[in-house]
Design a protein around this ligand. Sequence first.
Ligand SMILES: [Zn+2]
Length: 311
Amino acid sequence: MSTLKKSVKISGKGIHSGNPVDIVVLPSKKYGIFFQRTDIPNSDLILATYDNVGETKMRNTTIGNLRGAHVQTIEHLMAALFIAGIDSAIIQINGAETPIIDGSAEHFYQEFIKAGVTGGARKKIIVKRTVIAHAAELRRGMNVFVRMKWWLINTLAGRKSNGYVKLEPNDGKALEITATLIYPEKIIGNQSYSYVFDGTKKSVADFVKNIARARTFGKFSEWKYLKAHGMGRGADETNVIALNNRGDGTLNKTIWPDEFVRHKIIDAIGDMYTSGGFVIGRLESFKGSHALNNLVLKKLFSDASNYDIIE
Ligand SMILES: [Zn+2]
């Protein structure tokens, strides 16, 4: 178990709502990452677990409890907690969505390290059998309106839906992630990136140097649609890489030409942390999504012979 040495306050605005929001990440003696909505009277703690992930609303990971309290866009914060080695914390939040800051995991991570982390070994979840989640399975689970919205967004973006996320056993020491993006937009095209996290300082430093700063991205033409549907209202050039309408360039500067796929590594790490521990295995994300990351965890935990837990 490990937690922060002192509390950390981070303020910003939600990328979808555009509303100002503060989070206070508190040290905790109880294992798990919990969220608490301070703007809702007597709000229960919401455990950040794959089981509490609701509709992944196309573009983010949202958790909620049965009483209807929810917290949106937790993935970058979860990735920073994972890399910083924090497995026990209570995150008080005075709104429905975490601050987007610059669209990456960098600021969260640096604030946690500044406050200091104390504690011992990580809980490990060893993948023993291969599980795979296909995009086609997600469509089957959608109601007709969500399916239409999903189809429209993908058609507008010119995307085919043959994506999958696969978790398979490896040598039992690390979380090995490979993400692949295939986009019709020339500026993204076909990008792959691999990252190995084994808990060593070297793998943490690799994340900080090469991945932590990678930002969310979106097509400028899609923003209009998202904003009209109450999403992306807080998105601007400071927190999203905006692709131009021709798809051959960006309106703001990228840090790396493959920043897009590097960001997918952050999303995958954050989503895998809703497992409640350090997933040991090989994760292959081919045109992946938050919904697929969630489905692959549900499949992993659906059968006790798929995994081992080492406390
Ligand atoms: Zn993201």
